[in-house]
Design a binder for this molecule. Structure first.
Ligand SMILES: NC(=O)c1ccc[n+]([C@@H]2O[C@H](COP(=O)([O-])OP(=O)(O)OC[C@H]3O[C@@H](n4cnc5c(N)ncnc54)[C@H](OP(=O)(O)O)[C@@H]3O)[C@@H](O)[C@H]2O)c1
Length: 251
């Protein structure tokens, strides 16, 4: 018996990286998935690698586009008949600068994708399925939403908002729907390229567990929080950081 036998998950931003690993994990544990991303070709390749139309459907679009979101929800119900799990994985960080240097338009875009879109995905899944049948939401936040970091201020405040949104939605949507989040430190994906830099070993040495994260580390936590194993957990943010934040900058 897989933890996701008979279950269906919608995972945004899942043609590569953490989202794709989460989709793979859920499929490996018996589930079917609908994955999204902006670029159609890598998304189609990912859906095929996840088992093709019986198991995985890829629907291209922007996470913050209302029409795309409505299409994903409608086509998920049409193809697979239910939405048990929503993983709000899409997140952007187009600027690496001090908060005071970031243009309001760039700030608004980050908030639109990282916070507002996540709230709207939950609203859409809730309205279409979860309010009557229950479900679980997992939001992908970041340790940047828990601690300040050089150059990551606007992104970090958006992830802090996502963490608070997780608590608020957990409160509002209980008991039918559980809402939790994960907060990873640096995970080796395309997204983290600028953070890893040229000396991965030096960065990894600052992690008590001695290495950076890999997408499977986060996928395992997403699968846990999305599954019945986490049936009594809601409103929580699980930090996944190889111990990176334990010393609070002291040691
Ligand atoms: N990697 C890290 O170190 C790290 C640490 C903490 C938190 N996170 C969070 O983890 C999440 C996933 O990051 P990742 O590292 O897995 O990134 P990634 O490897 O770059 O993958 C991002 C995925 O999202 C899609 N995407 C990007 N913008 C999108 C948009 N506006 N609408 C729809 N899809 C979009 C991308 O495909 P397209 O380009 O085709 O759209 C791709 O499938 C993000 O929320 C990020 O903030 C990452």
């Amino acid at each position: 018996m897989g933890r996701f036998d008979g279950k269906v998950a919608v995972i945004t931003g899942a043609s590569r990286g953490i989202g794709r690993a989460a989709a793979r994990r859920i499929v490996e544990e018996g589930g079917r998935v609908v994955i999204t991303a902006r670029k159609p070709d890598p998304l189609a390749e990912a859906a095929a690698a996840l088992g093709g139309p019986d198991t995985a459907l890829g629907i291209a679009g922007k996470a913050h586009d209302d029409a795309h979101r409505a299409e994903v929800i409608a086509r998920t119900l049409e193809a697979f008949g239910r939405i048990d799990v929503l993983v709000n994985n899409t997140g952007i960080n187009p600027v690496l600068d001090a908060v005071v240097n970031v243009e309001p338009s760039a700030m608004a875009k980050i908030y639109e994708v990282n916070v507002i879109a996540a709230a709207r995905w939950v609203a859409a899944a809730h309205q279409a399925w979860m309010k009557d049948h229950g479900g679980a939401v997992v939001n992908v936040a970041s340790i940047a939403g828990q601690h300040p970091a050089p150059g990551l201020g606007v992104y970090g405040t958006s992830k802090a908002a996502l963490i608070n949104l997780t608590q608020q939605l957990a409160f509002e949507l209980a008991p039918a729907v559980r809402v939790n989040a994960v907060a990873p430190a640096v995970v080796k994906t395309d997204f983290a390229g600028a953070l890893v830099g040229e000396d991965e070993a030096a960065l990894a040495a600052t992690y008590p567990l001695g290495r950076l994260g890999v997408p499977g580390d986060v996928a395992a936590a997403i699968a846990f929080l999305g599954s019945a194993d986490a049936a009594w957990i809601t409103g929580q943010t699980l930090t996944l950081d190889g111990g990176r934040t334990l010393s609070a900058g002291v040691g």
